[in-house]
Ligand binder design. Structure first.
Ligand SMILES: *Cc1c(COP(=O)(O)O)cnc(C)c1O
Length: 355
């Protein structure tokens, strides 16, 4: 390895976050969401590390689940998007995966292969309007599923505004959910990271936790200091230069020095997953201080104003996100969310695991 740029993943931090979140979700079972390569942390490594500490795993698509099975992961795995074809359902049965069922055709496929399926999750659309049976269609869907002979059925729904417990939409979804569950004797699942954090109302026997597992913070709430970020995106200073007041830095000449300044160039850019959209002033950790981004992020490099920093020399360590700034702080300056930053660090960046 030549370039210093790397993504450090601390698996022991994820384990510690699991323990912390266990307490938060009370009696609920813990489903660790490891879709999108465990939010960029490496699904196989994360799943192998935590599978015995959680009750089940969840991924978005069947291919992600197969990769885990092939790596020897034996925990139950829910596939959140469900099968897109009858063949895919068969593949899921073959790999002992739990399908999410959210439209009528999938139920017909289940009818053909029910004996191969050990369990299924039936999704209710309580108001997010992305996946699931509407409240009107649910009774029929449920009896169709029960008629297949599958007995281990969990009802699930997803909140669109879980971070705002008082929001009208949250209240509306909780109301629909409550109504649908009145006579439901078996398991139900509603909570995600934000719902677990806000202690959201609404029955939930399974919490489906993704972002918080990795130390991501819920937007709009004060940071939960008991959760720590498992990902650090780091590099080191490639070169330093002085620019005079009035000179510009980078593509488009966007950043213009208001005083004689010192610029550090870092060997990391948008082709590595640091967002092109980052604005001047985006905080960058450098030599244990914080300095502002100065100039447009380019493909392989970016420039930082280190005029006010002490002891910056070639090779000084830099942190794009991690402890300081956090991925959520970085995202705020890039018109995006930490989820997107975590999941978009590219394959050019070597992954370093710590346990
Ligand atoms: C991704 C996902 C989750 C996890 O959400 P977090 O906000 O990361 O906790 C839970 N449920 C469903 C249906 C999802 O798609």
């Amino acid at each position: 390895m030549t370039r210093a740029t790397a993504l450090h993943i601390d698996l022991s931090v994820i384990s510690a976050n699991v323990s912390t979140l266990r307490q938060r979700i009370g009696a609920q079972k813990f489903m660790a969401v490891v879709k999108a390569d465990a939010y960029g942390h490496g699904a196989v490594r994360v799943a192998q590390h935590i599978e015995t500490d959680v009750d089940a795993l969840a991924v978005a698509i069947t291919e992600e689940a197969i990769a885990l099975r092939e790596a020897g992961v034996v925990a139950p795995i829910l596939v959140l998007e469900g099968p897109q074809s009858e063949d895919e359902l068969l593949l899921m049965a073959d790999m002992a995966l739990w399908p999410t069922l959210h439209h009528a055709e999938q139920l017909a496929w289940c009818g053909q292969h029910a004996s191969l399926l050990s369990a299924a999750w039936l999704k209710v659309d309580t108001g997010m309007h992305r996946l699931g049976f509407s409240a009107d269609a649910l009774p029929q869907a449920l009896s169709a599923l029960q008629a297949t002979g599958i007995t281990d059925i969990t009802l699930m729904s997803h909140l669109a505004t879980a971070e705002y417990p008082e929001a009208e939409l949250t209240r509306l979804q909780q109301g629909v959910w409550h109504e649908q569950l009145t006579d439901w004797p078996a398991a139900a699942s509603l909570h995600n990271s934000a719902a677990a954090r806000t202690q959201s109302e609404g029955r939930s026997d399974w919490a489906r936790i993704g972002y918080a597992l990795y130390g991501g913070q819920i937007k709009g709430l004060t940071p939960d200091e008991t959760l720590r970020p498992a990902m650090r995106f780091t590099t080191s200073v490639l070169t330093l230069r002085d620019v005079k007041s009035g000179e510009s830095v980078g593509y488009g000449g966007r950043w213009i020095a208001q005083r004689d300044s010192c610029i550090a160039t870092l060997p990391v850019g948008y082709a590595d997953g640091y967002p092109w959209a980052a604005v001047d002033g985006t905080p960058i950790g450098i030599a244990h201080q914080t300095a502002p981004l100065a100039g447009q992020v380019s493909m392989d490099m970016m420039t930082v104003d280190v005029t006010d920093c002490a002891h910056i020399e070639l090779g000084a360590p830099a942190e794009l996100w991690g402890a300081h700034p956090t991925v959520d702080q970085a995202a705020q300056h890039c018109n995006t969310i930490g989820y997107e930053l975590m999941t978009r660090v590219t394959s050019r960046v070597p992954r370093c695991y710590h346990a």
